[in-house]
Design a protein around this ligand. Structure first.
Ligand code: SF4
Length: 476
């Protein structure tokens, strides 16, 4: 071969392109209806939603259409979450319910993926209890999905695949995505977590922190803006650690500034911010941004320093409150939301009350509250946990009642204001449109469906507890 011929050769195909084509050929014959149909069910956080969008993108390339009806599906996939025990049990229940369907239609391929399948005990449970599940794979091998699917479709055995150390480090760029919305998008900027909060399974199932390069992120971001996406959320387990592991490190604030410089009519959000790594520079960047939403999700988890230490969170109640004070001063219309765990092992009622006191001080817009759920393999799961479940439930109710009062007060203060919302949809029961403010508060108001996906100004006319109603302000 002449040296010049090298330049005339087509670029090498993506290694999975071969399997994508092959799966398409197999499914063209194996399908039960006019086209192969897939049902993808997603549990858990936005990262899982984003992963499912990538899997659906790959399935689209194989010629699949999508259904919510298991009776119509040729391929059924559960993308699972490992964060809470009851969610895991729900997955097992839902997988078990497919046994009869698989008996009636043996050609259906049932698969389970996601964080749970990176846990050995959960994937072994599937292996033992659900012999009709043909494909099981973890988060680290998602980029090899077409290959794994082909093996499961062609082979005569079941396929079980979890990541190894090497694959843990892989970031595959260029995977297609079939996005669930035409105006809201998730954009993953980093994977994994190094924090090892004592209650959390995520570092074990999603591996160590690794960041995507800023050029790849900027390219995807520009594409989203050019395609009319209006609300783009950057995703990572701890976005404030973004860039630390890159050969040429950059901070998350710097990444935000580069993205914010892209012209267009959109909002830029991010989650999740760890309070130990959230900096004043981040707050300043939010305050000075053109498109950066004034919404900060900053999970505090507890208001007690002893519990925060036992959780291995790496900050104190005082440092958290100092950051919040700085943020409120810099961004007067800031909307703060948070996560709280109630009933961490060994937590006393007095310590729980310190959390209630903290939420009163901060006045969050809303809270995501959870009763502690032990995860096998984490440090907290080994701690004595003497408080009965009913008692923890009472604490949770107490916390929620307090937050409802705060939310109601905040909402009442909104009446008479005009807020810019992104109109997200129409409620089929009430016939009202609903839109989300910059601070991620939902408002409903009358209007026509063709406005969905656009920004509009809404004047808030009423607050019922923590639900806002309004009316569209005619554009000039
Ligand atoms: S920061 Fe803590 S809670 Fe969040 S994913 Fe990492 S270990 Fe889990």
């Amino acid at each position: 071969m002449e040296e010049n011929d090298l330049f005339r050769m087509p670029p090498p195909l993506h290694p999975q392109a071969f399997y994508t084509e092959r799966a398409a050929k197999i499914m063209a014959v194996r399908k039960r209806g006019a086209v192969p149909m897939a049902l993808v069910r997603t549990y858990g956080c936005q990262q899982n939603v984003s992963d499912s969008e990538k899997i659906m993108g790959m399935l689209s390339q194989m010629g699949f259409s999508f259904t919510e009806d298991p009776e119509q599906a040729d391929f059924i996939l559960f993308n699972t979450c490992a964060v809470r025990g009851h969610a895991e049990n729900r997955v097992f229940g839902n997988v078990g319910a497919l046994k009869e369907l698989k008996r009636r239609y043996p050609s259906i391929l049932v698969a389970v993926c996601g964080c749970m399948m990176e846990e050995k005990s959960a994937s072994e449970h599937i292996r033992r209890k659900f012999p009709f599940v043909g494909l099981v794979f973890g988060t680290h091998v998602l980029h090899r999905f077409p290959e794994l699917l082909c093996t499961a479709l062609e082979g005569d055995g079941r396929v079980f695949e979890r990541g190894d150390e090497q694959e843990d480090a892989v970031i595959t760029e260029g995977l297609p995505a079939r996005r669930g919305s035409r105006f809201r998008a998730w954009l993953t900027v980093m994977y994994g977590c190094n924090n090892f909060c004592s209650y959390c399974i995520v570092p074990y199932v999603r591996g160590r922190e690794r960041s995507r390069g800023p050029h790849a992120i900027l390219g995807e971001f520009r594409g989203l803006v050019e395609n009319g996406y209006k609300d783009i959320t950057l995703l990572g387990q701890n976005v404030n650690s973004y860039g630390k592991t890159l050969g040429d490190p950059i901070s998350f604030s710097e990444l935000l500034r580069r993205l914010d410089a892209v012209d267009g009519d959109y909002r830029l959000r991010f989650m999740t911010s760890h309070p130990k790594d959230a900096t004043r520079e981040l707050i300043d960047t939010m305050a000075g941004g053109r498109h950066i939403s004034h919404h900060l999700h900053l999970p505090v988890q507890s208001g007690s320093n002893r519990i925060l230490k036992a959780m291995n969170r790496g900050y104190t109640r005082e440092s958290y409150l100092a950051l919040v004070e700085y943020a409120k001063k810099k961004i007067p219309d800031l909307s703060l939301t948070s996560d709280i765990i109630v009933g961490f092992p060994g937590e006393t009622y007095e310590e729980f009350r310190q959390t209630v006191d903290l939420i009163r001080q901060v006045e969050f817009t809303s809270l995501f509250t959870f009763i502690y759920s032990p995860r096998e393999g984490t440090r907290a799961a080994k701690l004595p946990d003497p408080v009965p479940a009913e008692e923890k439930t009472r604490w949770l109710q107490e916390l929620c009642a307090e937050q409802e009062k705060i939310s109601a007060k905040r909402c009442a203060g909104e009446v008479g204001r005009t807020r810019r919302v992104l109109i997200e949809g129409k409620n089929s029961k009430t016939g009202l449109l609903h839109g989300r403010t910059d601070g991620s508060v939902v408002i409903d108001f009358p209007g026509s469906e063709d406005q969905v996906g656009r920004f509009a100004d809404v004047r808030i006319t009423a607050a019922r507890n923590w639900v806002l109603s309004g009316e569209l302000v005619p554009s000039k």
